[in-house]
Design a protein around this ligand. Sequence first.
Ligand code: HEM
Length: 251
Amino acid sequence: MAVSEQPPGPGVAGWLSDKLFNNYIWRSIFRSGYPNTPRNQMLVVATNVFLHLHPTRLHKTHVRITHTYCLGGLTFFFFLVLTVTGVMLMFYYVPAADRAFQDVAALETNIRFGMLMRNLHRWMAHGMVISVFLHMMRVFYTGSYKPPREFNWLVGVILLTLTLALSFTGYLLPWDQLSIWAVTVGMNMAGTVPVMGEQSRFILLGGFEVGDAALIRFYTLHVIGLPLLAAIFMAVHFWRIRRDGGLARPL
Ligand code: HEM
């Protein structure tokens, strides 16, 4: 009998669970038996690639909604929905100055579910910015940034910057008057930064004004560079919560 194998229970139910959970195929995929004992329950979590992100044991205060309001989790959820809806939008949007505006207009009028996808993407982006701020405030007001969690606070600051950068780069993509002038103003502000201002403005715009080169740069940053960085730092953020001994406990 394998280490975590269960002896068959009584009756038909016992026979059935024995056949289901103690056979070769099941055991080659899942390394644990039916989660009816504390040991098996822990094994189910620890040996599953998705579930192992969670700790096998929790302090009861961590599942209390008023401790975290799940604001970090909500931010992550928004990020996931943004990724899915963003990929959908990529099927119909071409980042070229002579097409972008028409493509976005077509999403609103011609393309089935286009308006839904665009609006989901937009509202989730607003939601993510709001929830990341609220999450940061929660962490601050519960003192959860204190040692040993100061490094994770730093990772959080990088995530906040990436979230805002994602929002800013996405703002140019509809290529309407609002987005072109908003980004022009934003980039002029960046240009006033001492020492590196002018250079970084030139690099980001690919020239001296908002044009075709700026659109393709913002697009590439928006759909590949920044989401990839955000995903990497989120993985570090979540891993670090575990390494720091789980969430901070309330006083
Ligand atoms: C994309 C942005 C972010 C995501 C997806 C995210 C996600 C999470 C999640 C899921 C948790 C677990 C607890 C909870 O849900 O509240 C958490 C905890 C934490 N986050 Fe974030 N976070 C983000 C940004 C930030 C920011 C901006 C900061 C601070 C500057 C921060 C600092 C922390 C710290 C210190 C903890 C541990 C809190 C504790 O031990 O109670 N995070 N984060």
